[in-house]
Design a protein around this ligand. Sequence first.
Ligand code: DX5
Ligand code: ZN
Length: 218
Amino acid sequence: MIKIAPSILAADFAKLGQEVQEVEKAGADWIHIDVMDGHFVPNITMGPIVVDALRPLTKLPLDVHLMIENPDRYIEDFAKAGADYITVHVEACPHLHRTIQLIRSFGVKPGVVLNPHTPVETIQHVLEDIDLVLFMTVNPGFGGQKFIHSVVPKVAQLAEMVKQQGLSVDIQIDGGINEETIVSCAKAGANVFVAGSAIFGKEDRALALHNIKQAGQG
Ligand code: DX5
Ligand code: ZN
């Protein structure tokens, strides 16, 4: 079953609540929230206050993608604001196992994110502890970038590891996802897809969302 997580980074921030409700009505499965600090990535976006404001407006899981240095410092704030998933970059977490436990201690589902060049082996020993692995298929920092195809074999590699270990871990893809790029990732074993510009950049969000999901279901 393919899930679509529209990224609000591409939404109209002047009417964020309405934008989220529109994609919920259109059949979105999760809402993806991109948190950037201007240090880990060269852009600044939003903090827990936005998660808190959106929480009462939607029943969908809020999927918080932390592109920040020292994420441990903010995990409690995002948990209390209403995050359902918190994903942290392996590149930003020297004590990854501890960070994962910290996320879980607040009743939030933990996930780990890999930049395009980061090998799958870096998370081999925490796979049992997480609910979600997120593969970046662009360099994090901005929406609307071009999909990096060389990440797809990593997705297949992880899907195989997960299968061999008999685990149930969602495999998510983020960056440049549209009707075309979703196909190879879904075939490789991914089941959750973030899409920003390919949904919020379109006049008819419901149609865009439907077409992307259809393409992923094959
Ligand atoms: C990039 C963010 C993505 C971004 C995706 O750093 O993590 O979630 O919003 O945007 P699109 O779908 O436009 O590539
Ligand atoms: Zn993201």
